[in-house]
Each structure stands twice: as C-alpha cells, then as structure tokens.
Design a protein around this ligand. Structure first.
Ligand code: KIV
Ligand code: ZN
Length: 513
C-alpha cells in the first residue's frame, strides 16, 4: 500500500521571509485559505516572535483555517515559544515548531555553545513547549552539516522530551540526494525511539537539489515534506511544493507514496503567491512555469496532436490548467498550424491553407510567438479573394523629424516592376503619393486606422484604409510587424479592390452595348 505523505507548507514563513516576498495580513490570510483548499497537511503561518504583525497574522490564520495543522516557528527559547503558542493556540490543530542549530559551525560561531549545552537547551525547550501543546516539531538546524552521531542523540532526547516530529533541515542546500538518503536511513537505524515521531525533511535549493534531496529523503523513510509554493524561500528558496507533489503523483510507481494535496489547485495557488509576492515564476519552471505545458517544435506538436502521452507526462488539467499551450512559432509545422485554424473555426481549401502557411512562416521569422489574433488576421486576408492587379515589390523610405519624408515604391503589375518616388507629410503620406503616381487613378483617401492585432513589442499592426471614387468606398487591409509596410499593403489592397470593381463595371457596360 502507498505511504501517506504529509505536506508541510512554509510559504508563509520561510517563503515570506525571503527578499521581496513579504505580504500583509490580508494577503497572508488569502494564501492560507488557498493552502487549505490545496489540502496541505500543515501550514507554517509565520514566526510569531518576529514582529507584532507576524504574530497577528499567525493568530488570524489559526482562527480561520480549520482543515490543516497551523504551526508557528520559535527558536528554542521561552519567549519565542510563548509567542508561538499565543499565535497558534486558537487553531483547531495547533503546532509549535521549535529549532536549534546542531552543526559544529553553527554551535561554535552562532550559538557559542557546546554540543552538550545545545542538547540540554533543546530538551528543556521541547518540554517547555509541550506544556502548551501536544504537537511539537523539533528542527535540528543545519542537520546535514551536523555530526550524525550527535544528531541521533539529539533526536532521541527530544523525542523522549515530547517531540512528535523531528525535522532534518538542509539549511544551506549543501546535501546531495545520496547523502540525504543515507542520513535518513542512519536516523531510522540509530535513533531507538524514532517510531514515536515522524521524520520530516526541509531542503533549501542553493545547489538546485532541494526537490531531489527531499524525494531521496522520502525514499529513505521521511514522511513529512517541507516546501513552499513556487519554491520561494531564503536565498535560492525551498523545495517547491508543486514539484514534490506532482513528482509523487506522476511517479507513484517509483515512490509508492501519495499526498492528500488536491493537485487541481496547484496552478491557482502558484498564481496567487506570485501575484501577491510579486515574485515571478520563471517560464521554464517545472509544473507551473508558463512553458511547462507549451509545445513549440513541429515534431513535438505533431506527437502531442497524435497522442498527448508522447510529450506530456502529466496533464495540464491535473494541476488545474484548462489545456496545454501549442506555441506557434518558427519551429511549428503544418499540422499544428492547421489544428489551430480548425480550433479558431476556419476550414480552408488546400491551396488557401498552403498560402496561409507560407505567410505564417514568413511571419514567424519576424515574430517569436504567433498569437491567435495574428492567425485570424492572416487568414482573413487570405479568404478575401480579389484579383491582384498591383503587388508590392519593395519600398524605401527616408524620413526624420528634420527632413521631408521621401518614399521610393516599386509595384509589380503584369509581371512588370515600376518604381516612383514622392515626398510627403510623413513616411506613410510619401509612400501613398508614390503609389498614386504608379497607379494613375484619381481617388480620395477617406479613412486610415491602425491597431495592434496582438500584444508586445513585436505585435503585428493591422492597418485599415478606405479610399473613395465616384461615391464608392473601397476598404483595404494590411498586416505586418512594420506599420509602414502594413499601411502600404492596405493601400494597395484597397486600390486592387477598386480596380476590380471598376473593371466589373466596364465589363457590364461593354456587354450591354
Ligand atoms: O532552513 C532551516 O533550517 C529552517 C529551520 C528553521 C527549519 O528554516
Ligand atoms: Zn528553511
């Protein structure tokens, strides 16, 4: 049977104490309520002694969270423990989490105490906390750099004093997965009363191994995993909850362990924490990064469309994301392009699809990610079928705020290219005047509008131009990442429509003669 693992979330304590991640009371409460919906087992609500604001937040969380244990951190000194209890005592399931450093370097330079003094203090403070609360977690700070023999003695003593959870923090992210496995195995084999307590593990990510170390500890028998949402925390952060939980779920065959977390709340929780702390999630972050369920290369997209299991080991729905993201970019193939068109409601003939795909490929050279709006604009151009009397060969503009704009435009008509030069009031005006010279038809420019089809610096601009002749208005559209090019294309498009209509009139007139 799978082992039931407890998830101890310290986003509101270790996470919140990291640079730039502080939250106010209301924000902490919002996160705590969301962690409750996520169904973590323990919420470490804060470090009550740190400030009156921290104490108030711990209290407010203790009062409003009902389905999780609510813990507060305390150094192994009476006043910290008093504050921690003050904070959590209203909770349905309160916990005091007390800690003291056990590594030589911390005992000698930070605490200036001998190992025996530290051991004595730890035991005394666990007993002190126990008079308030039955659920006591003891953490041996910097455990992974501590003498294992001393750690075994320490854990045996604090368990005898009443600790219900003994935590093994890799405080400075120094350990490796194999070492972590051996340490937890050593604790299980050398602490005689270990069966009376739960083994917890709390890993930092200084060498990028927090999740790997935590999972190695789990394999060795740790049953409480400490973590934070998005991996926020001191320095490089803590083990990321979403990675641990999805690791357990996706590789249940390997870990044979489950957590009670409602994974469909993961995405929402991640978003909430990043928006409240202002700490952005990197795009390639496992599980919750913007690219975690995005597929761009043609080969991958083809595979995903054929069978999602080809390139997705977990479903977007399992973390609460509606669907995966097929990023259409320069690596995308025809399959993905066609699939997107269908999902946007377009069904094109093979020729039209070929043309649209060609345009799409040209666009991907200019624009990293092609959005739905871009595709719709492309296809709408392709579906509006009119004979092409003039097409743009090239244009050159010379413009600035202290010179008159000059445009040289070449148009192709009947396979012959002709060029004209004109000056104007700005680049677009000059380009339009050069086109007027080439086309040689009298008409009025009625309207000109430019809007951005999508967002971002590389967004495509769509220009809409209206020209009028003999009371008839012709609308042209042009699309490009360059607004001048979009304008020129729109103008030519309107002219082609006008010529097409004029020819039509001529034909009708001539057949009636
Ligand atoms: O990293 C650490 O050692 C801690 C303890 C206080 C648990 O956060
Ligand atoms: Zn920590």
């Amino acid at each position: 049977m799978a082992t039931q693992i407890k998830i101890f979330d310290t986003t509101l304590r270790d996470g919140e104490q990291s640079p730039g991640c502080s939250m106010n009371l209301q924000e902490k409460l919002e996160v705590a309520k969301q962690l409750e919906r996520l169904r973590v087992d323990v919420i470490e609500a804060g470090f009550a002694i740190a400030s009156p604001g921290d104490l108030a937040a711990v209290k407010a969380i203790a009062e409003s969270v009902h389905d999780c244990v609510v813990a507060s951190l305390a150094r192994a000194i009476p006043k910290d423990i008093d504050h921690a209890w003050e904070g959590v005592k209203a909770a349905k399931s309160p916990r005091i989490h007390t800690f003291i450093a056990t590594s030589d370097i911390h005992m000698q330079y930070k605490l200036r105490k001998s190992p025996e003094q530290v051991l004595e203090q730890a035991v005394a403070m666990v007993k002190y906390a126990k008079q308030y609360c039955s659920d006591i977690e003891f953490s041996a700070e910097d455990a992974t750099r501590s003498n294992p023999e001393f750690l075994y003695r320490m854990f045996e003593a604090v368990i005898n004093a009443g600790a219900t959870v003994v935590n093994v923090p890799d405080t400075v992210g120094y350990s490796t997965p194999l070492e972590m496995f051996d340490l937890i195995t050593g604790i299980r084999n050398h602490v005689p009363n270990i069966d009376k307590a739960e083994i917890a593990v709390h890993c930092h990510d200084d060498l990028g191994l927090a999740v790997a170390n935590t999972l190695a500890a789990l394999r060795a028998g740790a049953t409480q995993l400490e973590c934070t949402i998005n991996g926020i925390g001191e320095r490089a952060g803590n083990a990321a909850l979403e990675e641990l939980v999805m690791g357990l779920m996706t590789r249940k065959d390997y870990y044979n362990a489950t957590s009670g977390v409602d994974t469909t709340q993961i995405y929402r929780t991640s978003k909430l924490v990043s928006s409240l702390t202002g700490s952005q999630v990197q795009p390639n972050k496992a599980v919750v990064g913007a690219n975690a369920f995005a597929h761009e290369s043609g080969i991958h997209q083809h595979g995903i469309l054929a069978n999602k299991n080809t390139y997705e080991i977990m479903t977007p729905a399992s973390i609460g994301l509606a669907q995966n993201k097929m990023v259409l970019g320069k690596h995308s193939g025809r399959h993905a392009f066609e699939d997107r068109l269908i999902s946007l409601g377009y069904s094109l003939t093979k020729e039209k699809l070929d043309e649209a795909f060609e345009q799409f490929k040209i666009l991907t050279d200019k624009k990293k990610v092609v959005a739905n709006g871009d595709i719709e604009a492309l296809v709408q151009q392709k579906t509006a079928d009119i004979p092409i009397t003039y097409s743009l060969a090239r244009y050159v503009i010379n413009s600035g705020n202290a010179i008159t704009a000059t445009a040289a435009v070449s148009l192709i008509s009947n396979e012959v290219s002709k060029e004209e030069v004109a000056t104007g009031d700005g680049s677009i005006d000059a380009a339009f005047k050069a086109i007027d010279k080439l086309v040689g038809i009298d008409f009025e420019l009625e309207d000109f509008a430019l809007h951005s089809v999508t967002e971002g610096k590389d967004a495509q601009g769509e220009v809409m131009v209206k020209i009028a002749k003999d009371g008839q208005v012709y609308t042209g559209r042009g699309l490009s990442t360059d607004v001048i090019e979009a304008s020129v294309k729109a103008y030519i498009n309107a002219i082609n429509k006008m010529i097409d209509e004029l020819k039509l009139v001529k034909e009708v007139t001539s057949s009636g003669q």
